[in-house]
Design a protein around this ligand. Sequence first.
Ligand code: ACO
Length: 342
Amino acid sequence: MAEATIWSVGGYAPPHILTNAMLSERMDTSDEWIRTRTGIQERRTAGPDETTASVSARAGQAALESLGFDPGDLDWVLVCTDTPEMWSPATACFVQESLGAKRASAIDLTGGCAGFLQTLQILGPLAASGQNVLVIGTELLTHALDWNDRSTAVLFGDGAGAFLLGPSDRGVSGIRIGPGLSQSDGSQADILGKPYGGTRHNITPDLVAEGKHHTIHMEGQKVFKHAVTMMSDIGRRLIQGANLTLDQIDWVVPHQANQRIIDAVSHQVGIPNERVFSHVAHFANTGSASIGMALADMLDRALLAPGQQLLSVAFGAGFSWASQLFTVDQIPPSRFIHEGSL
Ligand code: ACO
């Protein structure tokens, strides 16, 4: 029976770099504080002409072009995001049009920072059944920041990562999508999210005057504790359930939340830091985009090799958390666009 496979990978980091030093001119913070608490040195921000759909399309196009795949052959275009183009229609519809995926069905999914792995778990059976699926995780999180909330504003960045998925029996090899786990706890929904502008909390003139109508709310210490506990637990359970040992995991590709969270998870799972990928120093937390961007960067740096087993773990708003195993059958074509300017 065919299995879902990542045929190609694309990534896009917008060219504008926002360093910690630049942030410290804007708010009461410092490079030293941000580096020691989070490991972040800089983040990318989308330019004035960029939107979630255009950034998604850059990553999607990079994935398609690296394989030479005709967008007209796509069956599905999915965008996973918490910062959509607009309320309606789905961001994916704009992307479908811009890529020329003429016969594809397009839809968005929203799941916070764990959303990309949750989405892969939904899409795996679809790809295994023979459908050609482009899934793009994208965030323009710098559009959703309260620049007066220094403990949150320093954490996030913009970007997109895209996987072209298909079945393993079409003569195209790549990274096979293995078993995965995911879980949510809606009783923790108030701790992390973007609460205003939906039907529960309508936007009021007061909220707009305070600049809070579109911003992320986060209780950092609670998020930290839950993120470490849940990602470690769901990572370990997946490894055990798949009858793997820790030394059979060649790489952990974690959600790029911040370096202290990544280090704590690698310690609790029991996999040394050298086998845990992190580029959070340069791209910060890009939410739904982070795992796609991380894989695009790993391929760009030639860190992967056939036969390797990868474990991804993610945690975010909801709370939702997920883990996912991948097997590298063959290095898929990829393109990570990350030219930057200060
Ligand atoms: N610059 C300088 N000082 C700051 C900043 C800043 N950017 N932010 C907060 N501080 C101050 C606080 O005001 C506080 O000052 P006080 O002691 O005078 O009151 C002091 O630093 C300590 O604040 P804490 O909140 O206790 O700092 P903490 O060590 O917990 O670090 C942080 C805060 C980095 C947010 C941490 O809680 C964290 O990493 N949480 C996880 C957040 C996260 O990654 N969220 C991403 C979304 S979810 C996900 O992706 C997993």
